[in-house]
Design a protein around this ligand. Structure first.
Ligand code: ARG
Length: 458
């Protein structure tokens, strides 16, 4: 039975009903829909708009529906137009006329605007712990590998020495920002409750919007009924935050894929998180990391869907907006799934510190430190840079490294060099001296990892 009986003389066409329906995806919001309805019904009772008797019936009826859906006793009718219609119809079939009084002073437009917010809050509360789990894994690994020297790269060329723990902690900073972005978006979303905006123009009933807003965890009611029903900024903000999480996961995945290659062999994935080839017996492939990298495209697509859906819509509600849910659910589900696979994959990978150390030994990544050594002897940095460049060119020509280049050759380029240069370019020293804030000295890495672990505990 459709909600709009009266005006119409025919049932909706069957296939059109399927096209129009959102029940295949909005049934996911049954709990939030019922929670919103309970707050609305309680307010209708408190303001005297509905009688106490009807209010009690409605609240008990809604609770019964919720319990029955959760226990599996009640299945959501796939033929219903949407979750709002289903719950109201079920309520009326259970408690009769009182059920028909639930929708007084409300529209599905403010109802869905509310449900959208509540369901995203639920999703957020599921996702943030997964990010925290990843951060915890990375901090622990960073402490374990705070002395594992590896080349840091720019332009994918070996650049300067760092430790593996420092590299991991870079991702920790990204994921911390991701959590803060989700929390910001959540706080903004929960600042204004749309319930009471009605279809678009509020209502003439003496409703108490502060009461419903508070009961549902909002700071207060929204201040414009048109905006209340037509705003989906919060979905776009979340899709954007999720897109950034995907960017971070994808970059990390790309590095892991690279590190797994024979060219790098900095890490090896556990067999439980790797796959083989159907034809090449030797293969061990990082499919999981590749999928995480690949799935980022879906999430960006979801963001684009939402932006495009909204950009030409006249105020207030338009049915286009029904498309919001599949996009945002897909974005949340995708990121959630990625983290479910990614976290244990990272946690169980074997770190080949000897290969990292070996890679750090070539590529002249201590050249900056060699120049800094000359600066310590009084030479201006630009001159020290030039001398060191000449030394590197000489090493390349003679097949040597800065470590194996004889002192006479150093002194032929600049007479400020003495024996101390070998100590100055020692990789362990190059890293341990990088103690300025945010730099890769092992003690810095360990301190920051502890700080973050402490923050998470709180
Ligand atoms: N299923 C709809 C949606 O998700 C609910 C709101 C319907 N409102 C309307 N005026 N048709 O957007």
């Amino acid at each position: 039975m459709k909600l709009w009986t009266g005006r119409f003389s025919k049932e909706i066409d069957k296939k059109t009903n399927d096209f129009n329906s959102s029940i295949p995806f909005d049934s996911r919001m049954y709990k939030e829909d019922i929670t919103g309805s309970m707050a609305h019904a309680t307010m209708l009772g408190a303001t005297g708009i509905n009688s106490k008797e009807d209010t009690d019936k409605i609240l008990n009826g809604l609770q019964g529906i919720l319990d029955d859906i959760e226990s599996g006793k009640l299945t959501i009718d796939p033929e219903a137009e949407d979750i709002h219609t289903f719950v109201e119809g079920e309520l009326t079939s259970r408690i009769g006329d009182a059920g028909k009084r639930l929708h007084t002073s409300r529209s599905r437009n403010d109802q869905v605007a509310l449900d959208d917010r509540l369901v995203i809050k639920t999703e957020c509360d599921k996702l943030i712990p997964k990010l925290e789990e990843l951060i915890t894994i990375l901090c622990k690994m960073a402490k374990e590998y705070s002395h594992a020297i590896m080349p840091g790269y720019t332009h994918l060329q070996r650049a300067q020495p760092i430790v593996f723990g420092h590299h991991l902690m870079a991702y920790v900073e990204m994921f911390l920002r991701d959590i803060s972005r989700l929390n910001d978006a959540k706080a903004r979303m929960m600042s204004q409750c749309p319930l009471g905006s009605g279809a678009l123009a509020g209502t003439t009933y003496p409703i108490d919007r502060n009461m419903t807003a508070k009961a549902l965890g909002f700071d207060g009611p929204c201040m414009n009924s048109l905006d209340g029903v037509s705003d989906r900024d919060f979905f776009i903000e979340f899709a954007s935050a999720l897109s950034l999480i995907s960017v971070h996961l994808s970059r990390f995945a790309e590095e892991i894929i690279m590190w797994c290659s024979w060219e790098f062999k900095f890490v090896e994935l556990d067999d439980a998180f790797s796959t083989g080839s159907s034809i090449m017996p030797q293969k061990k492939n990082p499919d999981i990391a590749e999928l995480v990298r690949g799935k980022s495209g879906r999430v960006f697509g979801d963001l684009t869907t939402l932006l495009t859906m909204m950009k030409g819509l006249p105020l207030a509600y338009d049915k286009d907006m029904q498309e919001d849910k599949e996009a945002i659910f897909d974005a949340f589900d995708t990121v959630n799934m990625c983290l479910t696979a990614f976290n244990p994959m990272v946690e169980t990978m074997t770190v080949k510190t000897e290969n990292m150390r070996h890679a750090a030994a070539s590529g002249f990544i201590n050249a900056t430190d060699c120049a800094d050594y000359l600066v310590g002897k009084g030479l201006p940095f630009r001159d020290a840079y030039k001398c060191t460049g000449e030394l590197v060119a000489l090493c390349i020509k003679e097949g040597l490294t800065l470590e194996t280049l004889p002192l006479e050759k150093y002194q032929a380029v600049c007479d400020l060099f003495d024996d101390g240069v070998y100590e100055a370019i020692n990789l362990e020293r190059c890293v341990s001296q990088r103690t300025c804030i945010g730099a890769p000295a092992p003690e810095n890495v360990e301190k920051r990892a502890d700080e973050v672990l402490g923050m998470l505990k709180k």
